[in-house]
Write a protein that binds this ligand. Structure first.
Ligand code: HEM
Length: 152
């Protein structure tokens, strides 16, 4: 189902607004012990960059995409429950409302995130084998890229 995404990204001020929204969102989310535990050892600066990319995509930033595989890998093994997912969405909706995002626009963003729920809730840990496969795939891609760079 292809959701027609209005360009809410520009409408609400792009990255600078998204940064403020995410700062408030993580303040709220990490005030919950069940959530805080899941972010131990996570590089929050790197995560924030990835989250800006994801929310920009969910707000219909033109030409933006977000790879499903990244979402799945990011949540693999975190055992995120349906309730935790809904509570997190609840926090996002409240923060967006505080930032004066219109209800119908919040609904559009929510609809896009909902299409990714199966990549967030109850994602099994990435097995060792998968990890080895992943590493090998990355090595091959790097090799291909280096070869390409030499030709260029
Ligand atoms: C509700 C909808 C949610 C969305 C849209 C979402 C989105 C994302 C995105 C875009 C990333 C970055 C993936 C990457 O590295 O490229 C991420 C990572 C992460 N998410 Fe979520 N998430 C959601 C719910 C949750 C919940 C409920 C938790 C648990 C508290 C959670 C915990 C994490 C953690 C710990 C990472 C970092 C993984 C790492 O870098 O090791 N997420 N999430």
């Amino acid at each position: 189902m292809n959701i027609k995404k209005e360009n809410l990204f520009d409408k609400y001020g792009g990255v600078s607004t998204i940064k403020k929204i995410l700062k408030k969102f993580y303040e709220e989310l990490l005030s919950r012990m069940w959530a805080k535990k899941k972010f131990i050892d996570v590089d929050m600066d790197k995560l924030l960059l990835h989250q800006i990319q994801f929310i920009s995509f969910a707000m219909g930033k033109p030409e933006s995409e977000f790879d499903d595989e990244r979402l799945r890998k990011g949540h693999a093994g975190l055992a995120i429950t349906e309730e935790q997912y809904e509570e997190t969405i609840g926090i996002l909706v409240r923060v967006l409302t505080d930032f004066k995002v219109k209800f119908e626009d919040i609904k559009l963003i929510g609809d896009t995130i909902e299409t990714k729920k199966h990549l967030i809730v109850n994602i099994p840990p990435i097995k060792e084998i998968d990890k080895k496969k992943e590493k090998e795939k990355e090595r091959r891609e790097r090799e291909k890229y280096n070869k390409w760079k030499i030709i260029d």
